[in-house]
Write a protein that binds this ligand. Structure first.
Ligand SMILES: [Zn+2]
Ligand SMILES: [Zn+2]
Length: 968
């Protein structure tokens, strides 16, 4: 039987919509105990991907499960709207290359375009999520670009300012020359480091005076564009350096690296401790540039001297003498501050060399390393040049546009972390992290993180409400729209009616509280993680309805893909909650890894292995996708693709076929209340009832503890091994109309299936609904999603029977394996099966022993402690047993023929058999058995027949036999 997932899902979607099932569910649970889920906003910048579908599956299944338990929920979805990711896409749309293009186009028009893009993709993502089966209050999604969200962050920033956490810092920061903005430490994730081969250069710097005059330092760098910004050299005070005679020069470098650089032809003239190089002055090749001259004159004492540092200098690579440019490197900047070094800034926001740098000015530093090499090769007849070589290393790139980063010295705004580090770590410890390593990772990050760089020199984002006086340097932070209106001295009319974004908000000026000067807002926008971090406040009415906020805060659950979020969303949530309330904003963080392709590789459009959500959901169906996602261990990456999806579907077909079996044998009209109340007596029925109850309890406790995969594996094990391969397999006969146990079996099977639909409904909402609708009888709720989770008493379940059945099944498995080894088909009856375990609890239970006899096809079971193996089959096939085997073979053919005619179990047939004289007697003898097994009313032996529905020639006992059947 085939089940068309995508087609059925479309029908169910319509059913839900037309009958307002979700609205009815909300109504049903309204006012009950709350269960608060906090949605991490999806970036509304592109259609949603199969990786988003993984997270959205979890989000939906937890919420559906909690709804079945009767909890009231908010069902609020979020869209992340502001920030560089949207800007970059809009730039691409408009064909822009850099920030100048945006300014020429008009910031207002550009910002409108960004908003437009967000609206477009949030609508698309909404439709896609609905298609996945996600139930949310879609009309009421939150958008981080909303006025409310932005003003909430203003409030937060004002609090930071009042508490003394907010400051302006001048620092060397990682910078994307294409995006023209700083990239905060939080945004440089491990995956943004790319393996890149650069040209590294060795260059020589002559010593000016003193004992070593005339000798040269050999220095190495992988960022040659920074050499003009050099102000010092760093050596390790504890290392041994050497003066080497190479040709007619004397070069100083680390002794342990000399061989690597020179090969064999070099000569050590003198050893020096790093310590003793301190303070030596040297000459550098760019000293004549006006910019270098001017800035170095500010700090002549420390300019071009050797300084000491134990951490920066290693023995692994280079020369042991490190080039230090505080204007172009993070570590360099720190050393510069410690040693009071001059800071020479050499590039602008696009990495173009600044003024006063002769021929270099106006040229892009990163794109033209050759000009530095050429210069060094020619300057003073190449006296400073040593050699160039390829150097491959992991180098950070922009997370948004993949451009290689540079380091620039800039003024940026920061939130100081030192004072809130401790409370942050405290609230982090209060959270239940799943997987548990999440807690350690977050704490590790919090322990080591720098201050939070919150400003960006961009356009589409939170307008940082910082007003800095150009005259007296005082700055203030405005905490709300009302406060801004009150303080406004000009421009309010131009702003009113617009969203608090650039360029409109920049019309508003206030008066400096210190000196009375008219003050503008700083030009920067905010780090986008501020936008998402504030949502436990902005979306839960923290400012407008404290009772509501107290009801829903902290959230029970946050559920996001963890790579990246430790430094980003989780982090910003924690910081903002620590500052505003000193409380953990959620009780549990459930994290999951990343989606990869089936080979475990990252999906990329360019690699051709990307799978689009829309394609996947229409090819595979939402339910098998959800099943596949939910089955995965969330701590590990998920390999997604059409092959694994096929596998999942095949498995689910087993479940489908079980319920097809039910509806084939049972007419819904006969399912009376009385019948369903029958307490079954048969041991198989009793057993499967226990099994489904235990499964229900296990799924409940697993989902409650967010161990979804355990729930899924248990459900699969149930419907494959217990239901299909054992219960149905061993119960077929009992569903026949004339079987005395039929009603009990129906009652049990119905209970199993109807509970199973509930158990799977949070995971496969469509499939469950389809099954439920097929099984539904009067007085039952309209939809499976309006049903309560089955309430069971753990203590009423008796494990005893399960244990015995496990033994039965293990004996069966051993015996069947024995048959395979001996090459005897199961259809061939055998006389005895001996079982070694004489202490077995099933010994006196005829019902259980009958199950073994039927399944293993033996006449008798003997418990015998003296046999060698666990089980032993008597493989002696007597004439009589052989005859029975042939009969079973015949019955199998008859059943196949019924199937190919598409007969229902209630259809009766006539059988005509001719061809083998020797068989006639055996058939005659087993006539009744054949009639009942083939559901026939008569058998004619010996005559061929012209009037039949199907005729088939088969081989039995290596002879040809002609069988025909006719429907009565
Ligand atoms: Zn970039
Ligand atoms: Zn002032």
């Amino acid at each position: 039987m085939a089940y068309n997932f995508p087609e059925t899902e479309q029908k169910i979607l319509k059913f839900w919509q037309e009958n307002k099932i979700f609205e009815k569910l909300r109504e049903k649970n309204k006012g009950k105990k709350p269960w608060s889920f906090l949605d991490g906003p999806i970036t509304a910048n592109n259609p949603m991907g199969v990786h988003h579908a993984w997270g959205r599956t979890y989000k939906d299944l937890f919420q559906r499960f909690k709804a079945m338990q009767g909890f009231d929920e908010r069902y609020q979805n979020g869209f992340d709207c502001q920030g560089l990711w949207v800007e970059v896409e809009v730039e691409k749309e408009l064909g822009f290359k850099n920030k100048k293009d945006i300014e020429v186009y008009g910031i207002d028009k550009f910002v409108e375009k960004c908003k437009e893009r967000v609206r477009k993709y949030s609508a698309i993502q909404t439709q896609q999520s609905i298609r996945l089966g996600q139930w949310m209050d879609w009309e009421n999604s939150y958008y981080t670009m909303s006025d409310e969200n932005n003003y909430s962050i203003w409030h937060f920033l004002k609090k930071c300012w009042q508490d003394g956490y907010l400051y302006k810092g001048r620092d060397t920061v990682p910078w994307c020359p294409r995006c023209g903005t700083a990239i905060s430490q939080h945004e440089i994730l491990t995956e943004e480091y790319k393996e890149i081969t650069h040209k590294a250069i060795y260059f020589k710097l002559p010593i000016k005076a003193g004992k070593f005059e005339g000798k040269k330092f050999l220095v190495w760098t992988t960022t040659p564009w920074t050499i003009p910004a050099n102000v010092a050299l760093v050596v390790n005070p504890e290392f041994e350096y050497g003066v080497y005679k190479v040709g007619n020069e004397k070069l100083i470098l680390l002794k342990s690296l000399a061989e690597k650089i020179f090969g064999i032809e070099y000569y050590l003239e003198e050893s020096i401790k790093g310590q003793d190089l301190k303070g030596i002055k040297y000459e550098a090749p760019f000293d004549d540039l006006p910019r270098v001259k001017k800035i170095s004159a500010e700090k002549p004492d420390t300019f071009h001297t050797v300084v000491l540092d134990k951490d920066l200098v290693t023995e692994i690579e280079g020369t042991g003498i490190v080039h230090c440019a505080p204007g172009a490197g993070e570590e360099d900047f720190k050393i510069g501050q410690r040693e009071d070094l001059a800071v020479i800034d050499v590039i602008d926001e696009s990495a173009v060399y600044l003024d006063d740098m002769d021929d270099f000015s106006g040229k892009n530093a990163k794109e033209n390393p050759e000009m530095i090499f050429d210069y060094l090769k020619n300057y003073k007849s190449g006296e400073f040049f040593y050699k160039i070589e390829d150097y491959t290393h992991r180098y950070p790139t922009c997370w948004r546009c993949k451009t290689e980063l540079v380091w620039r010295i800039v003024d940026e705004w920061y939130i100081s972390m030192d004072k809130i580090r401790k409370p942050l770590m405290e609230i982090t410890k209060k959270i239940n992290w799943i997987p548990s390593f999440g807690k350690e990772r977050e704490l590790d990050w919090l322990k080591n993180m720098h201050d939070w760089l919150i400003s960006k020199k961009r356009y589409w984002g939170l307008a940082l409400p910082i007003f800095e006086c150009q005259k007296c340097s005082n700055f203030e932070v405005i905490g709300s729209k009302e406060e801004l209106k009150e303080r406004a001295v000009e421009g309010w009319e131009d702003f009113e009616g617009n969203s608090p974004h650039k360029p409109w908000v920049d019309n508003v000026k206030i008066k400096c509280q210190k000196c009375g000067e008219i003050v503008s807002r700083i030009k920067d926008v905010g780090n986008p993680w501020l936008d998402a971090g504030i949502v436990p406040f902005s979306t839960m009415k923290y400012f407008s309805d404290k009772d509501y906020w107290k009801k829903w805060f902290p959230a029970e659950l946050v559920c996001e893909s963890f790579p990246g979020q430790f430094k980003n969303w989780f982090y910003s949530l924690l910081v903002m909650s620590a500052v505003l309330e000193d409380k953990n904003p959620m009780k549990t963080i459930f994290g999951y890894a990343s989606v990869r392709d089936e080979k475990g590789e990252e999906m990329h459009k360019s690699k051709g292995n990307a799978i689009w959500f829309d394609d996947a959901v229409e090819k595979i169906g939402a339910d098998p996708m959800r099943w596949l996602y939910a089955r995965q261990n969330p701590a590990e990456n998920l390999g997604f693709g059409y092959n694994v999806a096929e596998e999942t579907k095949r498995k689910l077909m087993t479940l489908y076929n079980s319920y097809v079996f039910f509806s084939t044998y049972i007419n819904k009209d006969e399912l009376s209340d009385e019948m369903l109340k029958i307490k079954p007596e048969n041991i198989l029925d009793k057993w499967i009832l226990q099994k489904i109850d235990k499964l229900t309890l296990l799924v409940e406790s697993s989902i409650e503890s967010y161990n979804v995969a355990r729930a899924i594996l248990a459900i699969e094990d149930f419907f494959i091994n217990d239901l299909s391969l054992w219960y149905i397999r061993r119960s077929r006969k009992r569903f026949h109309e004339d079987n005395p146990e039929r009603n009990g079996a129906i009652s049990a099977f119905y209970y199993v299936l109807s509970n199973l639909t509930k158990v799977i409904s949070p995971i496969m909402p469509f499939f469950a609904e389809q099954m439920y609708q097929d099984l539904k009888i009067k007085n039952m709720p309209e939809s499976v999603h309006l049903c309560d989770w089955p309430k069971l008493d753990k203590n009423k379940i008796d494990d005893n029977l399960e244990e015995k059945m496990d033994e039965v099944r293990s004996i069966v498995n051993l015996a069947l394996a024995e048959r395979i080894i001996k090459g005897i088909k199961v259809r061939q009856p055998l006389a005895t099966l001996k079982i070694k375990n004489i202490k077995s609890k099933i010994q006196n239970n005829d019902n259980l022993l009958d199950l073994i006899k039927d399944e293993v096809n033996v006449k008798e079971i003997i418990f015998d402690g003296n046999i060698n193996n666990e089980v032993e089959l008597d493989t002696n096939i007597t004439e009589e047993l052989k005859g029975e085997g042939l009969i079973r073979e015949l019955i199998r053919h008859l059943q196949d023929m019924r199937k190919s005619l598409g007969l229902k179990p209630s259809d009766r047939i006539s059988i005509f058999i001719s061809g083998i004289e020797e068989l006639n007697k055996i058939i005659e003898k087993n006539k009744e058995f054949i009639l009942s097994q083939a559901r026939a009313v008569e058998i004619f032996i010996g005559n061929s027949q012209k009037d039949y529905d199907l005729e088939k020639e088969v081989m039995i006992a290596e002879k040809k036999l002609l069988i025909s059947i006719k429907k009565k």
